[in-house]
Design a protein around this ligand. Structure first.
Ligand SMILES: Cc1cc2nc3c(=O)[nH]c(=O)nc-3n(C[C@H](O)[C@H](O)[C@H](O)COP(=O)(O)OP(=O)(O)OC[C@H]3O[C@@H](n4cnc5c(N)ncnc54)[C@H](O)[C@@H]3O)c2cc1C
Ligand code: SF4
Ligand code: SF4
Ligand code: SF4
Length: 383
């Protein structure tokens, strides 16, 4: 039996699941075991199309879950919207997890019936940018790629004929490639608001690459892991002090790097120029609504305030749609990047929303998606 707070090193007992997994297949095995023993009715998995595309599906087929291992760094989809209204287990990067938590605070998700296996995340890449990067930086045809991984700060692509090419992420980002901009300044790298927090930081020695560091965050995480151990899908042992220290050290270094990126991206705008800035940023908006559609923390549905107060007639000055959204999401925007990814006219929606939300969240010491016990601050203010 594991305990809440345990920090463990573990892996899937099935050799195939272990070798297909990103680092030991523990996450896949835990999700499959939850389905096998009826803890949940479905599991969210990424159905891989190729190296750059995958579709999230909810499956009740254990074999489909077992086949879903591996980390896809060029698939930046957010999984939070797949949680609603179902008794499921799902994997989740910190932004997926935070989206679910913010929805739960607004009664969009029942956390009692949603199990989340969190994945540490150093960042994801846009698939289109990744393809261009492969041609320009790796001199490789994207269609020849058979796999990718990140090791010691390098992004490594393996081609179908077995050749490997590695370039440091710093070099890629200096050239305008690598992680999406929002991932560079993302503030949560270990998803401590998930039920389990899993990742490869701290996995050293002979199990490096073939096991995962797993922290049990709460009772649901304990239930998930105990279940997977009971059915024989997973083996774990306590992480030693060195492993724990390395995980913390890498996390701190990543957060520090994120702060540096924040300073580079969010250069100050004088107060009197703020409105002009927002008006100019949204000047090319065609009001397609895609940024709202994909936003994992938008929970209004049909009766949304941003569309209710919006009229295209306003747009010669400033879109009310964006003004209302900026305000409404100021306590919940998690900087997941989805809005920028889908904008058909390339407006950097995420950085505009973060510029607006970040000071408000800081002032109230509120980090969305991290603490279920803290109500959204706009609700508290309006009461
Ligand atoms: C984009 C990304 C970046 C990561 N960065 C780090 C890092 O910097 N440091 C670190 O310690 N760990 C990181 N991880 C976690 C690590 O790669 C492993 O996922 C973790 O150690 C669990 O390994 P596993 O073999 O048990 O997982 P697996 O058994 O391989 O299971 C992986 C699960 O992740 C799901 N998945 C794959 N890609 C995505 C995606 N893009 N979004 C959401 N779910 C996905 C799969 O469907 C599967 O359920 C990252 C994971 C991802 C997905
Ligand atoms: S926003 Fe954060 S958690 Fe989400 S993909 Fe980017 S780095 Fe990972
Ligand atoms: S506004 Fe954009 S960055 Fe913020 S949570 Fe919504 S989709 Fe993510
Ligand atoms: S996705 Fe872009 S064009 Fe569409 S409404 Fe949002 S900002 Fe405007």
């Amino acid at each position: 039996m594991v305990r809440v707070g345990d920090k463990l090193i573990g892996y899937a007992t099935d050799p195939d699941v272990r070798s297909r997994g990103a680092s030991g297949g523990l996450v896949t095995a835990v999700l499959a075991a939850a389905l096998e023993k009826g803890l949940v009715e479905g599991v969210v998995v990424l159905k891989r199309i190729d190296e750059y595309e995958a579709i999230p599906v909810i499956t009740d087929d254990v074999q489909e879950v077992l086949a879903s291992g591996g980390s896809m760094h060029a698939v930046p989809v957010n999984l939070a919207k797949y949680a609603a209204g179902r008794k499921i287990a799902m994997p989740g990067k910190p932004c997926d997890v935070r989206g679910v938590i913010e929805q739960a605070k607004r009664n969009g998700v029942d956390l009692e019936s949603t199990y989340i296996v969190g994945l540490n995340c150093g960042g994801t890449m846009h698939p289109v940018v990744t393809r261009e990067m492969l041609v320009r930086m790796y001199e490789t045809d994207p269609e020849d790629v058979a796999g990718e991984e990140i090791e010691k700060g390098k992004l490594i692509f393996r081609t179908k004929d077995g050749e490997e090419k590695a370039i440091s992420i710093d070099e890629l980002e200096d050239a305008g490639y690598g992680r999406r901009e929002n991932c560079r300044y993302c503030t949560v790298k270990i998803p401590t608001s998930a039920d389990l927090a899993c990742g490869n930081w701290g996995v050293i020695g002979e199990v490096a690459g073939s096991a995962t560091f797993c922290e049990v965050m709460n009772e649901k995480g304990k239930r998930l892991l105990d279940n997977a151990i009971d059915v024989g899908f997973v083996e774990v042992r306590p992480a030693d002090g060195k492993a724990i220290a390395i995980r913390e050290k890498v996390n701190s270094a990543m957060l520090k790097l994120g702060d540096e990126w924040k300073e580079r991206v969010f250069t100050g705008i004088p107060d009197q120029e703020r409105l002009t800035y927002y008006m100019e940023q949204f000047a090319d908006c065609i009001h397609c609504g895609a940024c709202k559609e994909v936003c994992p923390v938008c929970t209004c549905g049909e009766d949304s305030k941003c569309t209710m107060f919006h009229s295209l007639a306003d747009n010669y000055r400033m879109s009310m749609y964006h003004m209302v959204r900026l305000l409404h999401l100021s306590d919940s925007c998690i900087g997941c990047g989805q809005c920028s990814d889908v904008c058909p006219v390339d407006i950097p929606v995420t950085s505009i929303f973060r510029r607006f939300a970040d000071p408000a969240q800081k002032k109230r010491n509120y980090e969305p998606g991290m603490d279920l016990t803290r109500p959204p601050f706009l609700e508290v203010m309006l009461k």
